[in-house]
Design a protein around this ligand. Structure first.
Ligand SMILES: [Zn+2]
Ligand SMILES: [Zn+2]
Length: 309
């Protein structure tokens, strides 16, 4: 009863809204929470300070470690900054002179998921799928520098020290069987591409925004797709319910493109932690075709291999 009254009050004040049977904070609600420190699960923030000591803004974690690692080019209020340091919850940036040729940076990172509690479980085309609470650890270990706007890779660098951030959220775990006739690398290429395609499909099937969901795949066929915001947002719960449609759409995305083996129109993602490498559109299409034809044996397997985001 107390919770119900609180929710009604937040709805009437326009801080919460109802959408698709879920309660979500409104833009105003999110701004309200951001003004307040120490509300767990809503996103801890990094303070962005210039080398002359001026605070120019804040960025939530985990996004902050992907955008403000030392060496990152950070765009803010129409200006270009270079991050020189990220320590704890403070990033120090330096203004880049306007005449410098424009470049952008993308982080190289991986994600280590660990499932904690199973809330729901079902089979999708015979494949075991669970809806779980999980802890996600994002680890940024390097970055690529690209020309802008062409996107040509100029250089690839490793960070002196890895940056990591862990948070709890909710998500789904799909356990596809790996292909015995494929090598571990070929399986990694297929499942990484399936993961990208499912996140893309979710934008159309459940109306997710490009940054609502995170994903990580293993060459063993394990794919996690989770709410990217600490605490969870309910988007992966909707995907869990609509997964048949999302898999069918992911098959369309991977089978209909006419590119060689992956391109920005099908499976490339600007949020990939691996610079869109180890990614095969053709293998993903072959695998998803077999899933839809109910040709894959559904046995739960042990997770192995390196996580690819
Ligand atoms: Zn393509
Ligand atoms: Zn990726």
């Amino acid at each position: 009863e107390f919770e119900r009254r609180v929710v009604l009050r937040l709805l009437s004040e326009g801080l919460l809204k109802q959408s698709g049977g879920y309660l979500r904070p409104t833009r105003r609600g999110i701004a309200f929470l951001r003004e307040r420190d120490n509300i767990r699960g809503v996103g801890e923030q990094v303070r962005i300070v210039t080398d002359t000591g001026k605070v120019i803004g804040y960025r939530e974690l985990p996004q902050a470690i992907k955008e403000l690692f030392p060496g990152a080019v950070y765009l803010h209020a129409g200006r270009t900054y270079l991050s020189v340091k990220l320590e704890g919850k403070r990033a120090v940036v330096k203004l880049v002179p306007a005449k410098t040729p424009p470049v952008v940076t993308s982080p190289l990172y991986y994600t280590m998921p660990s499932e904690e509690e199973v809330h729901n479980e079902r089979r999708v085309y015979g494949i075991p799928v669970r809806y779980v609470t999980l802890t996600v650890q994002d680890v940024v270990y390097g970055y690529v520098v690209k020309s802008f706007p062409e996107g040509q890779v100029i250089s690839q660098r490793l960070l002196e020290g890895e940056l990591s951030y862990s948070f709890r959220t909710k998500g789904i775990l799909i356990e596809f069987p790996p292909r015995v006739e494929w090598t571990e690398l070929q399986n990694a290429e297929a499942f990484h591409a399936v993961e990208h395609a499912l996140i893309y499909a979710a934008q159309m099937i459940v109306g997710a925004s490009p940054t609502d969901l995170g994903g990580v795949s293993f060459p063993s066929g394990h794919i996690f797709i989770y709410d990217a915001f600490p605490g969870g947002s309910g988007v992966s719960a909707r995907l869990f319910a609509e997964l048949e449609k999302a898999i069918a759409r992911a098959f369309d995305i991977t089978s209909r493109c006419t590119c060689e083996d992956g391109c920005p129109r099908c499976i490339f993602s600007p949020y990939c932690g691996n610079n869109n490498k180890i990614l095969s559109r053709r293998r993903a299409a072959e695998l998803l075709g077999d899933v839809l034809a109910l040709r894959l044996a559904a046995t739960r397997t042990e997770r192995f291999g390196k996580p690819i985001v």
